[in-house]
Design a protein around this ligand. Structure first.
Ligand SMILES: NC(=O)c1ccc[n+]([C@@H]2O[C@H](COP(=O)([O-])OP(=O)(O)OC[C@H]3O[C@@H](n4cnc5c(N)ncnc54)[C@H](O)[C@@H]3O)[C@@H](O)[C@H]2O)c1
Length: 248
């Protein structure tokens, strides 16, 4: 039997990249999936593709950094699927600047999209999960949260914040039957990674024992594990599919 049959899953930033791969993997395991993205065209395309494969899927457009948009998007996903059992906080951005040159607006945008969003989306689904006494929250952090990186202090700070939020919330809701965990991928070949300046990417890949970026298909199975019954003993964990960039 498929591992997520009967589960209703919302994946943010699922219009492309890692989020799309997680949405596809969840659907293959029998889940109904809400594909949330700020790009309506991408969300619709992925949801249509999932439906072609025989899955139940809905497209939701929204900006995860904005409270009103998040609440509306979560409500739309809940209406479409009948509830939300699994939330994957995946939507994220990357920009590059040394701290000495960084505009405050760049810092603030990073915190809003990569950290505040996790709080907003999580808070919006928690009452339902607590009421059902079952839920899975999976936050996509980064190995840079552990390691840091020049020109990415804001990104690493936001992603480290995601780990702190993950652990703290895990304490709060484990007794309610809800697991909260983080995934910290290494460099993965997506548009986000390809848009980083080439010199940075070359330096980064040279640090990796595996000598290459990962594929989105090498990240999605970790999300399936955490969403499935097989993942029930992970509480506040950070799982690290990262090509050996940080060996923890
Ligand atoms: N690619 C990597 O090397 C890598 C490594 C570690 C962690 N991550 C993390 O994985 C997640 C996915 O990254 P990716 O590489 O697939 O990126 P990507 O740019 O390919 O996809 C991100 C998706 O999120 C959406 N999005 C961005 N901001 C949004 C917002 N405010 N509201 C709603 N949707 C929004 C985008 O439209 C896009 O579809 C991010 O959180 C990223 O930080 C990526």
């Amino acid at each position: 039997m498929a591992r997520l049959t009967g589960k209703r899953c919302l994946v943010t930033g699922a219009g492309r990249g890692i989020g799309r791969a997680i949405a596809l993997a969840f659907a293959r395991e029998g889940a109904a999936v809400a594909v949330l993205d700020r790009r309506e065209d991408l969300a619709m395309e992925v949801a249509a593709f999932l439906r072609e494969q025989g899955a139940t899927a809905a497209a939701v457009t929204g900006d995860v950094s904005q409270e009103v948009s998040v609440n509306a998007g979560i409500a739309a996903a809940r209406d479409a699927l009948g509830g939300i059992d699994v939330l994957v906080n995946n939507a994220g951005i990357d920009t590059n600047s040394r701290v000495i040159d960084m505009p405050v607006a760049m810092w603030d945008e990073m915190m809003a999209v990569n950290l505040r969003s996790v709080f907003l989306c999580t808070r919006a689904v928690l009452p339902e999960m607590v009421g059902r006494r079952w839920g899975r929250i999976i936050n996509i952090s980064s190995q840079l949260a552990h390691k840091g990186a020049a020109e990415m202090a804001h990104y690493a700070a936001a992603k480290a914040g995601v780990i702190g939020l993950t652990r703290s919330l895990a304490y709060e809701v484990a007794a309610d039957g809800i697991t909260v965990n983080a995934i910290c991928p290494g460099p993965v070949d997506t548009e986000l990674f390809r848009n980083i300046p080439e010199a940075w990417r070359t330096r980064k890949l040279a640090e990796l024992p595996i000598g290459r970026a990962g594929t989105v298909e090498e990240i999605a199975p970790t999300a399936v594990l955490l969403a499935s019954d097989e993942g029930s003993f992970y509480i506040g964990a950070t799982l690290n599919p990262n090509g050996g960039d940080v060996m923890i």
